[in-house]
Design a protein around this ligand. Structure first.
Ligand SMILES: [Mn+2]
Length: 445
């Protein structure tokens, strides 16, 4: 791992323990492999909080942190050592490594990851019992969700710990790590901004290259294949989430990702996708005409969404609330639809806007935030260094009988990734066209 990245994760561990007292022990659980079918597993994804504090992407690992230090037996020197950070990793195993991939090994933890001490995860159970029995810690931070979902080697190691809760919890406060980790993750460091900028740039380039090749007669998944080819070609080995390529009436299904339909002449094609770079995510949406030219109706709806997106982005600067942006976005969309005269007076636009205006973006595509809570919570007010998506949409499905028939089967969403700067904002995906003329130009044969 590069020094810059090591420094970043180290700074996160230090910030976390410095915000806690000497009486606190932090247990950060990594992910394990999840079954897909028979003996096949899903592609391994590290737990995002664990990644944030370690940068380590192998399975069945656990990080312990304590500001006051932990006294443990170091297997390498055979001495009792005191450490503020301790990473448990999988045991080296030549046979398993031949089948499933290399393991770091506990002795390389310090050199490779910059974490003071490494140990084999077979010792986790004993170390935790020992630390707790010394009565030094009156607060234990752990993710309740991850603990509940726990599986594999770590589950076995933590059996004693979870069994001890009945007596432990009357003496020790068990606190959810997700809340403080989420609060930290909301404001991005320069290192994170660099990763997110790269993810957004690669995503934008892949869209630029793919949009030019879209035609009626293709299957939705063929567009997905092109996009994801360019992500990989440009240095992003994975996607942020399942790519959405929706044509025709499918544009009105928000998380449509079956991508199996044949694209028809005259369809709109809505593409919502993102490249993942170093675990950081891009998330863009463009809506384009399959035949290269928007129809009059598509153009009208598209322009309302585009004008709304511009108007919302203009409002983004430190101090603005995400809940306000959502309200403002819906108002703008409503005004635009009203002007077109598509609906009777007193209509409910939210039937057609369906979702909020955007979300925080980071290690998670919907980043570690309770974005449904509005009002005075920690995450609603945006500050410099936060990154959000801005993605207004209008969706008029085939079944929307109160809309004139030629305006149905039209779903439009336009999404960009926006960084809050000290005085305003910067659209990280600004290079990707979204004006009607620019898209039509790009799609010209
Ligand atoms: Mn999004």
């Amino acid at each position: 791992m590069e020094n810059k990245q090591k420094e970043f994760h180290k700074s996160r561990r230090e910030k976390l323990i410095n915000s806690l007292g000497d009486d606190s022990l932090v247990i950060v659980l990594g992910s394990t492999n999840i079954a897909r079918s028979y003996d096949d597993t899903h592609r391994f994804k590290q737990n995002k909080n664990f990644y944030y504090f370690t940068g380590f992407n192998q399975a069945n690992a656990v990080l312990l942190l304590a500001k006051a230090g932990m006294e443990v037996h170091d297997g390498t020197t055979n001495k009792i050592v005191k450490t503020k950070e301790l990473l448990f990793v999988q045991q080296e195993d030549p046979l398993k490594e031949t089948w499933f991939g290399r393991r770091l090994g506990f002795q390389k933890v310090k050199q490779e990851l910059g974490i003071s001490l490494g140990m084999e995860n077979t010792k986790l159970g004993d170390v935790i019992s020992d630390l707790i029995s010394k009565d030094k810690f009156s607060k234990i931070y752990i993710s309740l969700h991850d603990l509940h979902e726990l599986d594999g080697e770590i589950k076995d190691q933590l059996k004693g710990f979870t069994r001890s809760w009945i007596t432990l919890s009357t003496n020790v406060q068990l606190l959810d790590l997700n809340y403080i980790a989420g609060k930290m993750r909301i404001v991005k460091t320069q290192f994170e901004i660099d990763q997110l900028r790269y993810a957004a740039t690669v995503t934008a380039s892949a869209y630029y290259n793919s949009i030019q090749q879209v035609k009626a007669g293709m299957y939705e998944y063929q567009i997905q294949a092109m996009l994801e080819y360019y992500y990989k070609e440009l240095g992003c080995p994975d996607v942020a989430f399942e790519t959405i390529v929706a044509s025709g009436n499918n544009t009105c299904i928000l998380h449509y990702n079956t991508n199996r339909n044949l694209i028809q002449k005259g369809d709109l094609v809505l593409i919502d996708s993102g490249a993942e770079y170093n675990y950081y995510n891009g998330d863009l949406t463009r809506t384009i005409p399959a035949s290269g030219k928007f129809t009059k109706e598509q153009r009208e709806i598209y322009q309302v969404v585009l004008d709304t997106q511009y108007a919302v982005i203009k409002k983004i600067k430190p101090g603005v609330k995400l809940s306000y942006l959502k309200k403002y976005s819906v108002e703008q969309l409503k005004k635009g639809v009203q002007k077109l005269g598509l609906l009777k007076k007193g209509f409910d636009i939210t039937k057609y806007t369906l979702h909020g205006v955007g979300h925080h973006l980071g290690l998670d595509t919907h980043d570690a935030v309770a974005n449904k809570i509005v009002g005075s919570n920690d995450f609603d007010t945006l500050t410099a260094g936060t990154i959000i998506t801005v993605e207004p949409g209008l969706y008029f499905p085939e079944s929307a009988k109160e809309i004139p028939a030629n305006y149905r089967k039209i779903g439009v969403r336009i999404e960009d990734d926006v960084l809050l700067t000290r005085n305003g904002n910067e659209v990280l995906s600004d290079a990707l066209p979204k004006e009607i003329e620019d898209i039509e130009f790009l799609m010209m044969e």
